[in-house]
Design a protein around this ligand. Structure first.
Ligand SMILES: *[C@@H]1O[C@H](CO)[C@@H](O)[C@H](O)[C@H]1NC(C)=O
Ligand SMILES: *[C@@H]1O[C@H](CO)[C@@H](O)[C@H](O)[C@H]1NC(C)=O
Ligand SMILES: *[C@@H]1O[C@H](CO)[C@@H](O)[C@H](O)[C@H]1NC(C)=O
Length: 334
């Protein structure tokens, strides 16, 4: 027979082991082309990479904050929101619901497929041969990645995957930029992801931290190295200086991409605490799990002596009752 004491100990053991178990990972399809910037060297020879020395001839004031810095500063609140989103928090605390991770990767394969189509449109519109070349390479990288993803997830093709609203809106935004703007703006639209992910990586110490099964994914995708982004930024800064792009339009496009990141991350299902209600979407962080364990330990320390006493009293009473009963029966049979 299990006593209350044994059951409580067993429960605590269970909580401890669930908190401390961590498994190394081998699952990976490599780095997403969304945050990777290794193809940026194709832009090196673009006239837009060479700072204009006739800059302020028209309207540009050299004292003004650089476009790239302006865009990053103006979207600061979204960086924080991305960092605090369920997806990033879940990954960071190694407690992201596997279904949430799967849901993100499936939608991301459609996102990358659609992005490759949009890149192809932007590429066909590009007049700068270096941007054209860069977009061609980018197109191939997105194609390769989405194909690797659907292979990994056993998907025949992307038309069977249903997107959430956040991912659809992000795709529609990139389509709009590809269709209606100078291709330099497509580079503007790519920067938020390329800059946000390394920034997140920096905040969570992506290259040294332990994120359980997500460690490899974090190291590849949230790598804090942002040297490639700096080149994108040089390109758009010069493009503004040369009057090729407009600050307000750039801000609108940049902000929509940044919000695309935040909303996509935030739409992902994380660990449920409130079972029995499928619509709740709360995550349990590692810190909370430790706090819960600690609380349970305290309760256990307080309750355990009482349980032993109650157990003891109960057993004694029971034995006494049995004894009396036996005695009574014996009397009755007399
Ligand atoms: C997906 O497969 C179906 C059936 O083979 C085909 O009709 C459809 O065009 C494919 N979609 C894409 C996006 O490749
Ligand atoms: C870009 O290309 C698409 C498809 O080729 C075309 O419909 C659109 O008008 C072009 N946009 C610009 C701004 O050149
Ligand atoms: C689940 O949660 C939602 C929102 O918090 C609430 O409206 C709903 O009544 C809950 N359903 C159940 C079965 O508890």
């Amino acid at each position: 027979m299990f006593s209350l004491f044994q059951l409580t100990s067993f429960g605590l053991f269970f909580v401890f082991s669930s908190v401390h178990s961590e498994t190394p990972s081998t699952m990976s399809v490599g780095r997403s082309p969304r945050s990777a910037t290794h193809l940026v060297h194709h832009l090196d020879a673009s006239p837009l990479m060479v700072a204009a020395d006739v800059i302020d001839a028209i309207s540009f004031k050299t004292t003004e904050i650089l476009l790239s810095e302006y865009l990053w500063q103006q979207t600061q609140q979204y960086h924080i929101q991305a960092l605090q989103s369920g997806f990033v928090h879940g990954i960071r605390s190694a407690s992201l619901d596997p279904e949430g991770f799967g849901g993100f990767m499936l939608q991301d394969s459609v996102f990358c497929y659609e992005a490759s189509n949009n890149i192809a449109i932007a590429e066909s519109n590009a007049t700068d041969p270096f941007i054209k070349q860069f977009l061609q390479e980018k197109f191939q990288a997105y194609q390769d990645y989405y194909q690797a993803l659907i292979h990994t997830w056993h998907i025949e093709n992307v038309s069977g995957i249903k997107l959430g609203q956040a991912c659809s809106a992000y795709i529609a935004h990139e389509h709009d930029v590809a269709m209606n703007y100078n291709s330099v703006y497509f580079v503007v639209a790519l920067i938020p992801c390329a800059k946000l992910w390394p920034w997140i990586g920096q905040q969570i110490a992506a290259d040294t931290g332990n994120f359980g099964v997500y460690t490899k994914w974090v190291q590849e995708n949230f790598s804090p190295d942002s040297s490639g982004v700096t080149k994108y930024e040089t390109l758009i800064n010069n493009a503004e200086a040369q009057g090729v792009i407009n600050r307000n339009e750039a801000l609108e496009i940049y902000t929509k991409s940044m919000m695309g990141e935040v909303n996509f991350f935030s739409s992902i299902k994380t660990i449920m605490v409130d079972s029995g209600n499928g619509s709740s979407n709360k995550y349990v962080s590692k810190e909370r799990q430790y706090a819960l364990t600690f609380l349970l330990c305290i309760i256990w320390l307080v309750v355990q002596p009482m349980v032993v006493t109650i157990d003891d009293t109960f057993t004694k009473t029971f034995e006494r009752y049995e004894y009396l009963n036996v005695g009574l029966n014996a009397d009755l049979t007399k």
